[in-house]
Design a binder for this molecule. Structure first.
Ligand SMILES: CC(=O)SCCNC(=O)CCNC(=O)[C@H](O)C(C)(C)COP(=O)(O)OP(=O)(O)OC[C@H]1O[C@@H](n2cnc3c(N)ncnc32)[C@H](O)[C@@H]1OP(=O)(O)O
Ligand SMILES: CC(C)C(=O)C(=O)O
Ligand SMILES: [Mg+2]
Length: 516
């Protein structure tokens, strides 16, 4: 299988992401993790940019033993000297020289004719040769450079002593067919091309960086440059984890492979995100939080039966523990039952269906249904008391200058409905007075407590009440995303228990649920 060399530029092009600034310790920490990941080459920075960057590159050069360390330089002697200085102590140093070659850059930025570009680049490569055996040369904005001129530049770089010629699509302009064609053309037309490695460096301005890098592989590229999590200038660089996992997953198609330690991918991604402050989007391929998460019922059912139905790679390969089945409003009974078993509950079908219906109601109101949410729902269901009254609707009129009024409608065990309104000192007081009237029960509220059982603004609120009627004392519990609804449910729950208790005080209510 053909080996594809992986050139990581997280510490150089990745650091060019607006707002990212890595200090020396952070650069070393990332570089050591990249070494564990097994990247072949690490571009550690641009030493001429600042004394801090020079020191950072030097610290990386001294710390890393198992990857080639690279410093970037313009085609200028002072930049080359800075890289020479920075790479002192490196086991396997390499300089990366660049000069733009496209008509736009030649005319507006460099203000050079083609001949000057060729001469400047050649002089730089020859100067660098004094210090370095390994020289990578990049014709910046190769993607918008005339193809015949690009062949001329590549031939010059080989003659002058470059060991790698890197083809950057600097502004992410090309599509895979055009980018692949550059490699094919260079391979077929440049004298001496077999003496060097060809490399691809893509940007994601049109979302094609990974596809372009893979097109380069298909057309003979030996090396792919990119960053972890795809960070970098503007829309970023090729995301290395995407390229590497595409090669791994589709070996049958690409017939090429990197030598990365795939199990270090997730850890490396998390470290880079933490130290750069660049959050990885949930839907990011390979390393996004949802990359191995499934919410919809049909997918979850497929996953439970056979993972390959909906996963083309396994999360373990990149160092994650497992796939996630996320319960939400699109989930089905198979996944719900699996979740309950995981949590230690085993229910008969009837109770499962009833709890599932409640779960769907909650999922409609809440983005993430957590284990605590489910536990709260189940435990509400475990106490099997006949529901003499069920809260149907509740309306509340509240203003800080007016008297709170609540209207409560309940359905009764006989199938009828009843409705009453009441005023109170506060919203909960008004609700409870209306419930007293509609249930025609005379009770005393002995205790009322409220707590949040889950996290976030849409958390479930759980209300506990203790009601007394003569010798009987009962508890009631209600759970809802709305604390007033939870208050009403808790009060009605307690009244239902009171009615039951008056009839059969010793009833065991846990018959149809088994806690494993
Ligand atoms: C596509 C890429 O990612 S390229 C890498 C981009 N990264 C960076 O630029 C980060 C580090 N850069 C820096 O810190 C600064 O730009 C420095 C220290 C390199 C240079 O700073 P300054 O001397 O103030 O120049 P400034 O950045 O304003 O302008 C760049 C100069 O370099 C020239 N230049 C640009 N690329 C090259 C090159 N590859 N070779 C030679 N000269 C170049 C420009 O034409 C311009 O020259 P001019 O001053 O004669 O007009
Ligand atoms: C320095 C070069 C390779 C670069 O980053 C680019 O052209 O995008
Ligand atoms: Mg770049």
């Amino acid at each position: 299988m053909r080996k594809i060399y992986i050139f990581d530029t997280t510490l150089r092009d990745g650091e060019q992401s607006p707002g990212v600034n890595l200090n020396m310790q952070e650069k070393v920490e990332i570089a050591l993790q990249l070494e564990k990941l097994g990247v072949d080459r690490i571009e550690a920075g641009f030493p001429a940019a600042s004394p801090g960057d020079l020191a950072g590159v030097n610290a990386v050069a001294r710390a890393v033993k198992n990857a080639s360390i690279i410093g970037l330089a313009r085609s200028r002697e002072q930049d080359i000297d800075a890289v020479h200085e920075a790479l002192k102590g490196a086991q396997d140093p390499c300089i990366h020289l660049f000069l733009a070659t496209s008509p736009i850059h030649r005319k507006h930025k460099l203000r050079m004719e083609k001949e000057q570009v060729l001469a400047t680049a050649e002089a730089a490569i020859r100067y660098a040769k004094k210090y370095f055996d390994k020289i990578e040369f990049s014709p910046e904005d190769a993607g918008r450079t005339e193809l015949d001129f690009l062949c001329e530049v590549t031939a010059m770089a080989i003659r002058a002593g470059a060991t790698v010629v890197n083809i950057p699509d600097t502004v992410g302009y090309l599509n895979p067919s055009e980018f692949g064609n550059i490699f094919k053309t260079l391979k077929e037309n440049v004298v001496g091309i077999e003496k060097i490695q060809l490399s691809a460096h893509c940007h994601d301005d049109l979302g094609m960086a990974t596809a372009n890098a893979l097109a380069a592989v298909l057309n003979g590229a030996d090396q792919i440059e990119g960053t972890i999590n795809g960070i970098g200038e503007r829309a970023g660089n090729t995301s290395l984890e995407e390229v590497v996992m595409a090669l791994e997953t589709r070996q049958d198609f690409f017939q090429a492979k990197s030598s990365l330690v795939l199990g270090e991918i997730a850890r490396t991604s998390r470290l880079v995100s933490k130290l750069t402050g660049m959050v990885v989007p949930g839907n990011k391929a390979i390393v996004g939080a949802n990359a191995f998460a499934h919410e919809s019922g049909i997918h979850q059912d497929g996953m439970l039966k056979e993972k390959t139905t909906y996963e083309i790679m396994s999360p373990e390969t990149i160092g994650l523990k497992d796939s996630k089945l996320v319960l939400g409003k699109h989930s089905g009974r198979h996944a719900f039952r699996e979740k309950l078993v995981d949590m230690g509950y085993d229910m008969n079908d009837e109770l499962l269906n009833a709890t599932f219906a409640k779960f769907k109601d909650l999922a409609d109101k809440k983005k993430n249904v957590t284990d605590e949410d489910i536990r709260a729902l189940i435990e509400e269901k475990l106490i099997e008391t006949p529901e003499v009254f069920v809260l149907d609707t509740m309306q509340l009129s509240y203003g800080n200058q007016s008297v709170p009024t609540a209207t409560i409608r309940v359905t009764t065990i006989e199938g009828g409905t009843a409705e009453e309104a009441a005023v109170g000192n506060g919203s909960v007081d008004a609700i409870y007075k209306a419930i007293d009237k509609v249930t025609q029960e005379d009770v005393e509220l002995e205790d009322y407590s409220i707590k949040s059982v889950t996290q976030g603004k849409d958390a479930l609120g759980e209300v506990h009440v203790v009601l007394r009627q003569g010798d009987y004392s009962v508890q009631g519990r209600g759970v809802s995303t709305d604390i007033l609804e939870a208050s009403a449910k808790a009060y009605i729950d307690a009244i239902n228990r009171l009615i039951e208790k008056r009839k059969s005080p010793a009833r065991n209510s846990r018959d149809n649920v088994t806690l494993i």
